[in-house]
Design a protein around this ligand. Structure first.
Ligand code: UDX
Length: 442
């Protein structure tokens, strides 16, 4: 059992705190937001993540997990301090490090004994050295510490299982014994551990996310080419995916990537490169393709509705940036809603879990109680998020409820031949000419 503190109870911090306490460590989780901490103490989670509330409750009950807003409490017995604060996108696409700075300074002021500071937030390459410098210059008296980078690779919606069964753990430090101590903490996860220097570890995170985003933009570009050549991108991805060098994952064409990581990290990496006089052409293309992809459902609708969306009622089936989360950060649904609104359409939305977040930021989206309520009277519907419950819908009922059965399947979840056979004017992404489906019935 080790004593661990986690600074920041956002996505990464809360999952890290819950998981390390579940592995038998004593964990104190800190946030400067008092309301968040009060809520957590009474079992209310700040985010929706499957299994998280139960894991937090179990470890609080067992006395292994506690919450605080006081840095002195968090630092008191800590051997390891994880920095998991947000690094939002700044004005030029660079990461905004103000919360990392605050965390490092606040910790430095109350440090009473040597400890290891582990950075999990996604930070520009070189931040680890900068954090060390901040701590050193803020400490009232010199106390030994080491900085280790341990980037997170968690996906929202499966963050706990990703944490407990990672593909790898990456550790970067100039201090070998600190890296070894952090490696020990991760041994129960039974994953390969890559130990390297600080800057390389920080870069591994950006390169991994940029590569995955590139795969998505690649298949989206292929999807668009498929539409002009009459090929089916779903079959293309399947055929490519059996090649072990390629793999099938992250080759699902759709309305583009969103979320708290890919958009921000690709832009931040591009920014870091540009600052140093490089021309990251591939990253630029990845970003442009992703922006374009969000406009595709709207372009398809314009074509099907004779170029005029004014006064048309358009329903968005799914709002979250992907299934299994209520996170609306960089969600394609919001860009699509804005584009439709700009053209005078009346925008409706339904999502199984993210509607309260959308209501706060986009009160002009007419939010409906369920999928059938959403489609009733719509001139067209766009599938934006591939929630399972949408796959199971009674399609004939959907068709009968709509004013006109136009369906843009932005995530390719339906069978084009079947949808057309029951009377939908159906368009998918990259499936045959204009996304209408291929001749062999798909
Ligand atoms: C991602 C990384 O996977 C994770 O390792 C990192 O730590 C944080 O960023 P997350 O943002 O939770 O995780 O979601 P992910 O499942 O990776 O999907 C990201 C976006 O890409 C979603 O909008 C999703 O719809 C889209 N996507 C994903 C596609 O459009 N096609 C695909 O084939 C895969």
């Amino acid at each position: 059992m080790k004593n661990i503190s986690v600074i920041g109870v956002g996505y990464v911090g809360l999952v890290t705190a819950a998981a390390f306490s579940d592995l038998g460590n004593r964990v104190v989780a800190l946030d400067i937001n008092e309301e968040k901490i009060r809520n957590l103490e009474s079992g209310i989670m700040p985010i929706y993540e499957p299994g998280l509330a139960e894991m937090v409750a179990r470890n609080v009950r067992a006395g292994r997990l506690s919450f605080t807003t006081d840095y002195a409490v968090a630092a008191k017995d800590a051997e390891f301090v994880f920095i998991c604060v947000g690094t939002p996108e700044g004005v030029d696409g660079e990461a905004d490090l103000q919360y990392v700075r605050m965390a490092a300074e606040s910790l430095a002021r109350v440090m009473e004994h040597p400890l290891i500071v582990i950075n999990k937030s996604t930070v520009p390459v070189g931040t680890g050295d900068w954090v060390a410098e901040i701590i050193r210059s803020t400490q009232p008296k010199p106390i030994e510490f080491a900085v280790v980078s341990c980037p997170e690779f968690l996906r929202e919606g499966s963050a706990l299982s990703d944490f407990m069964a990672p593909d790898r753990t990456v550790l970067g430090s100039e201090n070998q014994s600190a890296a070894d101590a952090v490696a020990q903490l991760h041994l129960p996860l039974r994953a390969p551990i890559v130990v390297t220097d600080l800057r390389t570890a920080e870069m591994i995170k950006y390169a991994s996310n940029a590569f995955l985003a590139t795969k998505i933009s690649f298949i989206n570009e292929i999807a668009n080419i498929c539409e002009s050549l009459g090929a089916d991108v779903e079959e293309v991805a399947r055929g490519m995916g059996f090649d072990k060098r390629i793999g099938r994952s992250f080759l699902s064409a759709g309305v583009g990537y969103g979320g708290s990581c890919f958009p921000k990290d690709v832009k931040a990496l591009k920014h870091m490169a540009t600052l140093r006089g490089k021309h990251p052409q591939l990253l630029q293309a990845v970003i442009e393709i992703n922006d374009f992809q969000r406009s595709i459902p709207v372009r398809k609708l314009q074509e099907m509705l004779g170029g005029n969306l004014n006064g048309k009622v358009i329903g968005l089936l799914g709002l979250a940036f992907k299934p299994g989360t209520d996170d609306m950060r960089e969600a394609p649904a919001l860009s699509i809603a804005e584009m439709l609104r700009a053209q005078g359409a009346i925008v409706r939305g339904y999502d199984p879990v993210s509607m309260s977040n959308v209501a706060r930021t986009h009160p002009w989206i007419d939010l409906r109680q369920d999928a059938y309520d959403l489609v009733a009277g719509c001139d067209a519907v766009i599938v934006v998020t591939e929630w399972n419950e949408f796959k199971q819908l009674d399609k004939e009922r959907v068709r009968d409820l709509m004013a006109r059965p136009i369906l843009i399947d932005g995530r390719n979840i339906y069978d084009p031949a079947y949808m057309r056979s029951i009377g939908f004017e159906y368009r998918a992404i990259g499936r045959g000419y204009n996304g209408e489906g291929t001749r062999n019935g798909n």
